[in-house]
Design a protein around this ligand. Structure first.
Ligand SMILES: C[S@@+](CC[C@H](N)C(=O)[O-])C[C@H]1O[C@@H](n2cnc3c(N)ncnc32)[C@H](O)[C@@H]1O
Length: 293
């Protein structure tokens, strides 16, 4: 009995020594070959320019794809008091980000996660920042245009999105080195055929919209002589355009939500306003990104 008891204690001590040793062991080194982009931090002045271009405001939620030492989410939290997230595949970067957030006193506002940018959920962010590579931006482009909420602002340090031309850009010079910052607002998808209806004065018209990224061109499908769609402007989910017939002009102003749009139209010159609604034939919707086709 006594012998078994002693053996048990020896076994327990042995187990405790093993556990404490494994806890003290350093994490296995991260294989940097797994990264799509090497670690290069964005200078803080460029970070501030990214925020200026994105017009960050109270209530925004920022997500930095490939967050490095966490400087973009941390600076956003410090400067605007907003919630900010960062993901990075390298666990060492995540540990560094967590430490830096603690030092900056914004642990309660920022969160960092060891995650692949291609597996990251982008739907909660209102501002997405990135300093990646041209090829990586292009791989992300279809995901951004299909899964991100219309109106979400995207800001990229140094690399653009090829055919998806930026809505704005800016340059920062640091020691003779030029850093470019690009900005896009994710457009709603308005492609396809839409049945528009105004009750009073009555108007029913089908309009087909073709769209390449944020650029839209409409044409009237209903057999009406001389009807035209002009001056289309799409900013996120806000859509305005002019519908011109030989006798009158309507200025449409509204919001898009998936297969529906609604808003107010003003009859040119008269100041008369009327509510309008439109529904899309879902079979006519097309992808926004040529890379998804
Ligand atoms: C150029 S650094 C930018 C760091 C930070 N965003 C900044 O601007 O200072 C790119 C970061 O992306 C990370 N990264 C590379 N490939 C990744 C992937 N597939 N998923 C998540 N992070 C990745 C790297 O570890 C690195 O920290």
């Amino acid at each position: 009995m006594k012998k078994t008891y002693i053996l048990r204690i020896v076994f327990l001590v042995f187990l405790l020594v093993l556990i404490s040793q494994s806890c003290r062991e350093k994490p296995a080194p991260f294989n940097e070959d797994a990264l799509d982009v090497p670690y290069v931090p964005t200078p803080v002045r460029v970070v501030k320019e990214m925020f200026r271009l994105a017009e960050i405001k109270e209530g925004d939620v920022l997500l930095d794809l490939g967050c490095g030492d966490g400087r973009i989410p941390i600076n956003a939290a410090v400067q605007y008091g907003i919630k900010a997230y960062g993901v990075d595949l390298n666990p060492e970067r995540i540990r560094e980000s967590v430490r830096n957030a603690h030092i900056a006193g914004v642990d309660h506002l920022v969160e960092f996660c060891e995650q692949d940018i291609f597996e990251t959920d982008l739907t909660d962010a209102t501002v997405i920042t990135m300093y990646l590579l041209p090829s990586v931006n292009l791989r992300l482009r279809p995901k951004i245009l299909t899964s991100v909420k219309p109106g979400t602002r995207i800001v990229s340090h140094d690399f653009n999105m090829n055919e998806w031309v930026p809505d704005k850009d800016a340059m920062v010079f640091i020691e003779d080195e030029a850093h470019t910052v690009y900005y896009w607002m994710v457009p709603a998808n308005v492609t396809g055929e839409w049945a528009f209806k105004i009750d009073e004065p009555p108007l029913e018209v089908t309009i087909k919209f073709d769209q390449v990224f944020q650029f839209v061109q409409g044409s009237v499908m209903t057999e009406e002589e001389g009807w035209k769609v002009l001056e289309e402007q799409l900013k996120g989910d806000k859509f305005i355009f002019k519908l011109e017939s030989p006798r009158l002009v309507w200025f449409f102003n509204g919001k898009v939500k998936e297969d529906a749009m609604r808003g107010e139209a003003e009859m040119g010159g008269s100041g008369k306003k009327a509510a309008w609604e439109a529904v899309r034939n879902p079979d006519t919707k097309e992808p926004l990104d040529i890379l998804s086709q």
